[in-house]
Design a protein around this ligand. Structure first.
Ligand SMILES: [Fe+2]
Length: 241
């Protein structure tokens, strides 16, 4: 049996992340810790990763327009979302699992608790996907552009269209859960999750339109690179209601 690979990672750059308590985002008032964190010494379990063995991933899992398995495509504006997963030294992270979840084109999630927003479900869209990065750290999804949806945080509150991401990285301590927004979106100004991120780091959450990724007569292309930890790391976002 081969020896596990042990890597060392620098501390999280907390100045780039949202505070645990951000009163404009109401849920953080009750959720945020009221005691100092307890330091836990990292052991082999944290500094080695689960590796790709965590999932049996197929190419079909990266196509959210068809992975409902109904034989009919999802309704909505077809988009390609691609980018690289990089470590804090700028090196591509190969064979890491990238998972996404999102609302459908109408802004509705497939979830039994979501009943307040009277938008239709799409039987051909389940809103989840996964893939593995290639040798250079590239990932790629085909999906539909998610719609905005209302929520109860403040009067007339709407979440900007976004895609949730989870990236496992090469070790458990490098797992990143974040959200991707779309360049130029008019709803960003009133979104407390986006605004809770320090201004200098917000643009790391925004995908850029990329005409080289766009495929003629097929799909628009968006590029979203993800950096795990370090001074240019993507920002970890808080869970939604
Ligand atoms: Fe969401």
């Amino acid at each position: 049996m081969s020896e596990p690979i042990v890597r060392h990672y620098g501390p999280k750059a907390y100045s780039d992340h949202p505070p645990f308590k951000y009163p404009d985002y109401k849920s953080t008032i009750k959720r945020s810790p009221t005691h100092d964190p307890i330091k836990v010494v990292a052991t082999l379990t944290e500094t080695t990763g689960p590796g790709p063995a965590w999932a049996e991933i197929t190419p079909e899992d990266a196509d959210l327009t068809t992975n409902a398995g109904t034989g009919s495509p999802a309704i909505g504006e077809r988009i390609i979302v691609t980018g690289r997963v990089l470590d804090e030294n700028g090196n591509g992270v190969p064979d890491t699992i990238v998972e996404v979840w999102q609302a459908n084109a109408c802004g509705r999630y497939v979830h039994w608790r979501e009943t307040a927003f009277p938008a239709p479900l799409d039987p051909n869209f389940i809103g989840v996907g996964q893939c593995k990065t290639d040798a250079e750290g590239n990932y790629r999804f085909l999906t539909i552009k998610p719609g905005a949806y209302p929520w109860g945080n403040h009067p007339n509150a709407w979440r900007p269209p976004h895609i949730h991401f989870s990236i496992l990285g090469p070790a458990l301590v490098t797992r990143l859960v974040t959200q991707m927004y779309f360049e130029g979106d008019p709803l960003l100004f009133q979104d407390p999750m986006y605004n809770s991120v320090p201004p200098h780091a917000r643009e790391r959450l925004v995908a850029r339109y990329d005409h080289d990724v766009t495929e003629e007569n097929w799909a628009l292309g968006w590029r979203f690179d993800i950096v795990l930890r370090g001074p240019n790391g993507n920002v970890e976002e808080m869970e939604e209601e």
